[in-house]
Design a protein around this ligand. Structure first.
Ligand SMILES: Nc1ccn([C@@H]2O[C@H](COP(=O)(O)OP(=O)(O)OP(=O)(O)O)[C@@H](O)[C@H]2O)c(=O)n1
Length: 383
């Protein structure tokens, strides 16, 4: 770092997640830096590229790491955007650390390797406590979600939320400030939490402070106990791509909701289409599993149509895998039915001279016959 000519003479510190994760012995991927005593002009003269809209942040010309000028923030309106940012060469490192959310995120590492830790983040890290830095915590409603998300990341390592911080989270919820969070931010935090190792802790932490009832009332109020719902998060099909884990976990979370509640939730969070679609497909599959009576051809066809199997064949195997977690026999029937149905190729029917509506009708008829054959062969059907 000393050899870095862009930084020569600048007072810079590593901050935030990079310092925290290094102390935990975790791999550090991106490093955030704070610069003390500099002006935006000086940064640009050195070749740093300004990127911050709301506050002065610059990208390093070579490494593209983020360098933020030390700043303070004061609440000036609602929500997480209602801030007055004050960055000047006079702002100290301690002041910059003080505006941060958690003590474990409010440590800095100097160029000489020394740790700057005015809020005892290192002690909280050792004691496995997520604790707010100052009463200003309540100025940013997003922090309720951030703390819950950090718990989803660290709970398995013994971390808990400090009682006083829980009280502030509750206070933030009671103040009504959560209503000012935009859907995209709520989903962005939720999406990250769902990708963590212990996502269920995100939802229990939100439930404990009343935020779940505000942000996702359908989950807080409908259906079985939250604990029962959350137990499903760790039960996923085996073969899914790790990039799809978030969508699958979300789908498992909402599968018990009726279609209107699921739709409301998807709209209120502005879920990406692929996430809400998978949720619908999983809910349809749950419906099929819990329908009374034995599986028949009609029901199988309806399920395949509702999950859009003919156009999205790649998801069917995973849905069947999901069924197998609860009902191996049913999964076997579905797998056989699906395998035989996919052997009916539209191209063959075209070659036989079918076209237009007749083609669609014939395709459906033959697929149905293949499914009926498959179910006739399946063991349970013979009972
Ligand atoms: N609402 C927020 C957002 C960010 N921060 C501070 O800004 C730092 C960087 O934020 P971010 O990159 O979102 O989080 P990281 O702590 O780096 O965590 P992650 O590992 O998730 O990137 C945090 O450590 C924290 O000090 C904060 O205090 N309040």
């Amino acid at each position: 770092m000393v050899a870095d000519r862009y930084l020569a003479g600048l007072e810079v510190y590593r901050v935030g997640g990079a310092v925290r994760d290094a102390l935990l012995g975790w791999p550090v991927t991106d490093v955030d830096w704070v610069v003390v005593g500099a002006t935006p002009e000086a940064m640009q003269e050195r070749g740093f590229k300004p990127v911050g809209v709301d506050f002065p942040v610059f990208l390093h010309p070579d490494t593209h790491e983020e360098f933020a000028l030390a700043r303070t923030e004061r609440k000036s309106g609602h929500g997480y955007t209602g801030f007055e940012v004050h960055a000047s060469p006079a702002v100290t490192l301690e002041q910059d650390l003080e505006r941060r959310d958690l003590t474990i995120n409010a440590m800095a590492r100097g160029a000489d390797g020394s740790l700057v830790d005015p809020f005892n983040g290192q002690a909280d890290l050792a004691a496995r406590v997520l604790r707010h830095v100052s009463p200003a915590f309540v100025e940013d409603p997003l922090r309720v979600l951030r703390v819950a998300r950090f718990l989803a990341r660290y709970a398995g390592h013994g971390f808990v939320i400090a009682d006083e911080t829980r009280a502030l989270m509750r206070q933030l919820v009671d103040s009504g400030e959560l209503a000012h969070l935009v859907a995209e931010r709520v989903w962005a935090e939720t999406e990250k939490a769902l990708g963590e190792s212990w996502p269920e802790h995100y939802f229990t932490a939100l439930d404990d402070c009343g935020a779940l009832a505000e942000l996702m009332p359908q989950l807080a109020h409908e259906g079985p106990s939250l604990a029962e719902t959350l137990a499903r998060l760790q039960r996923l099909p085996e073969d899914i791509d790790h990039l799809d884990v978030v969508a699958w976990r979300w789908a498992r979370l909402v599968e018990h909701l009726g279609a209107p509640a699921r739709r409301q939730l998807a709209e209120s969070l502005r879920l990406p289409r692929r996430v809400s679609r998978l949720a619908d497909q999983v809910a349809e599959t749950r419906g099929l599993m819990h329908a009374p009576g034995a599986l028949d051809g009609q029901r199988t066809m309806t399920w395949l149509e509702r999950i859009d199997a003919w156009r999205q064949g790649e998801v069917v195997a995973s849905l069947i895998d999901l069924v197998s977690l609860e009902d191996a026999e049913l999964a076997e029937e579905l797998a056989l039915a699906w395998r035989l149905a996919t052997q009916i190729l539209p191209q063959r029917l075209v070659e036989e001279g079918f076209k237009g509506k007749a083609l669609g009708d014939e395709l459906r008829r033959r697929r149905r016959r293949a499914i009926d054959d498959a179910l006739g062969r399946a063991p349970r059907h013979a009972r």
